[in-house]
Design a protein around this ligand. Sequence first.
Ligand code: UD1
Length: 372
Amino acid sequence: MLGSRLTVILVAGARPNFMKIAPILRALQRSGHRGIIVHTGQHYDDSMSGSFFRDLDIRTPDYHLGIGSASHAVQTARVMEAFEPILLVEKPDWVLVPGDVNSTLACALVCAKLKETTGVRLAHLEAGLRSNDWRMPEEVNRVLTDRCSDLLLIPSHDATANLRREGIDERRIAFIGNVMIDTLLDRLPTARVLDVPTSLGLTPSDYVLATLHRPSNVDDRAMLSICLSALGVIAGERPVVLPMHPRTRKQVSTFGLDALLAPLRVIDPIGYMEMLGLSDSAAAVVTDSGGVQEETTALGVPCVTLREQTERPVTVTEGTNQLAPWPLSTDGILRTYRDAVSRGRVGVGARSPEGWDGHAAERAVLALEGMR
Ligand code: UD1
C-alpha cells in the first residue's frame, strides 16, 4: 500500500549501470513514485551509452552532467561538483546509485555530505559484492559506497557476510536479487527474434564471445598478450567474436599487439540487444566483465573468467562460471575453456541463484518504501 509518493534520483554513469536502472525506473513508475534520471556522462560514445538507452527503452535523462573521461580523481571530483546542485534543487527522498563505477562513489559521497542538511537517503544497488582486491578501482568504489549507504540492496546472500564483516548494521541490508536479470529476462525474447549471430555470419552454438576491458588485463602488455593469444588459439577451433572496448583498443595499439587480433572477429562495442543475442547463443563466453559473468549464469551458457577472483562467487558455486587459473597463462585459459565447453549449455534459468527471477526491481522499490 502506497503511503506517499517518493522522489528517487537514479544515477547512471557507465555502460553497466544502464541495465540496472531500467527495471527500477519502471517499478517506481508502477508504484506511483517519481524517478529522476541523472546521467553523469562517464560513458559518452553512442555505442557505450546512447544505444543502451534505446535498447532498454529508458527515457532521456532529466540531467546530463557531461563529465566524460579523465583520471579517477578528476572524474570523481567533476561528478561530485555537478551532482551537488541537483541534489539541493530536487531534494529527493532517495538517491539510488548502482554498481561500482566512479560515478557511483562520487554521488554517494555527495549524499553522505548533504545528509544532515537535506535529509536525503542513499540506497546502493548491487551492494556487498567484494573481490577483496584493493587494487581494483571498483573495489574501492564498492566498499566506500556501502559505507555511506542507508540501504544496501544486495543481489546474492554472500553479500550479507561481506557487509557483516565490515560492521554494517544488518537492518540496513535488504536482499532483492539481481536487477540486471530483470532486464535480461524482459529483453531475451526480442533479442532472440533479432537472431544476431546469424546476421553476423555465425553459427548458433558454434562460436565464442569474448570481452576484455579490465585495467589489470588490458593496461599490462604481458597480460593483454596472454589473453589475446589464448583467444587466437580458440579461434583456430571456432570463430571468436570480440566486441572491443575503447580502453582495450587504445592499449592494443599502444603496445603494438595488433597482429594478435588477426585471428579474431574484432567488432566495435555492441548494444545491449546484440550482446544479449550473442551471449545467449555462444558455445562459451570468455570475459573479464562482472556483468557478463552474471548474464551467462542466467542464460546457462558456460563462462570463463579472466580474473584472479570474482566478486560474484554465486556465478561459480551455483552458476556456469569458472575462473581461469591464476596467474593467467595461455595454457590455463585454454584448459578452462575446453572444460567449460565440454560441460555445455544448460539453458535459461537452469542454474540461476535465488532472486535472479525477473522481480528484483519490485523488491527494491518495496525496500525503499519500507524505510520511510
Ligand atoms: C568503467 C568502470 C568499470 C566498468 C566499465 C564498463 C570505473 C572505475 N570503471 O571502466 O567498472 O566495468 O566502465 O565499460 O568506473 N572511453 C571512450 N568512450 C566512452 C567511454 C570511455 O572512448 O564512452 C574510453 C576513454 O578513452 C576512457 C577509457 O575508455 O579513458 C576508459 O573509460 P572509463 O570510464 O574511465 O573506464 P572504463 O574502463 O570504461
